[in-house]
Design a protein around this ligand. Structure first.
Ligand SMILES: CC(=O)[C@@H](O)[C@H](O)COP(=O)(O)O
Ligand SMILES: NCC(=O)COP(=O)(O)O
Length: 254
């Protein structure tokens, strides 16, 4: 079934949640030595063989991990869906349009940050989004906006014409106890509003074997993007083991 087909535009409640593996941090290890390995494409293929439904990469402007050649290699070799995350910078949107990716996730990017710290400010970026969203859409992939679970941002995301949002789960992942419960509730409300507005909903950032369960049970979510925790776990149990464990933690298999 083509989960990105036009008929699926309003989401497909009967489809199982999908696990998309972000392979950025395989490239982080390689780039630490400016070496040829480990290869994120080989890692992606092992993840696919173990049940990953798609592969995600973030091509950062500073090229700290994924390189342009990685995107091409992944496009040529993986058999599932390729989701390319990039900023709204003109150079990055041009590259994304030429990448042949199945999906694009527009993310905020700050050169000094250790990782993506928050969602896109869709309201402040409305002018650049008005150009980038239709351009990326015409290039053949489905566009998603990486947003915090903020209801005003979600209303603004719906107005851009992008079919998807990806809810930033970083704050949920980085809190505990009552605060985490409150963040989970924000994510639930955000997914509900997005669905009511006709958006399809993904989620990701900071998810791991321990915290993924409650997120995987949020209504209307289609796809979870998980990278750092899964790549780290693969050091101990291999790529296939890490994917299988995550699928169990997501409730996709027993
Ligand atoms: C947007 C996002 O959440 C991912 O890109 C993920 O965080 C991996 O990339 P970085 O660690 O470089 O942010
Ligand atoms: N968009 C989130 C993503 O791709 C993975 O984030 P993380 O699991 O590496 O934090």
């Amino acid at each position: 079934m083509d989960i990105y087909a036009p008929g699926m535009a309003k989401g497909a409640p009967d489809l199982a949640l999908r696990l998309h593996v972000n392979v950025d941090h395989v490239a982080t290890v390689r780039q630490a030595r400016r070496a040829r390995f480990p290869d994120p494409t080989e890692f992606a293929l092992a993840c696919e063989a173990a049940g990953a439904d798609g592969i995600t990469v973030h091509l950062r402007k500073d090229r700290r991990h994924i390189q342009d050649d990685d995107v091409q290699a992944l496009r040529g070799r993986i058999g599932t869906l390729l989701n390319l995350e990039c900023s709204l910078d003109d150079e990055m949107v041009d590259l994304a349009c030429d990448s042949g990716a199945d999906a694009f996730c527009l993310v905020p990017e700050n050169r000094a940050e250790v990782t993506t710290e928050g969602g896109l400010d869709v309201i402040a970026e409305s002018a650049r989004l008005a150009t980038a969203v239709p351009r990326l859409g015409r290039s053949g992939g489905l566009v998603s906006l990486f947003v915090d679970p903020d209801l005003d941002q979600i209303r603004a995301a719906a107005a851009t014409g992008a079919p998807f949002i990806e809810l930033h789960t970083g704050r949920y992942a980085n809190t505990v106890d009552a605060e985490r419960e409150a963040e989970l509730e924000r994510l639930r409300r955000a997914a509900e509003l997005a669905h009511e507005l006709g958006l399809r909903v993904n989620a990701g950032h900071g998810l791991d074997l321990v915290n993924v369960g409650p997120v995987a049970r949020i209504a209307h979510l289609e796809e979870l993007n998980i990278g750092h925790a899964l790549v780290a776990r693969a050091l101990f149990v291999g790529a296939g083991g890490a994917v299988r464990e995550m699928r169990v933690a997501m409730g996709l298999e027993g």
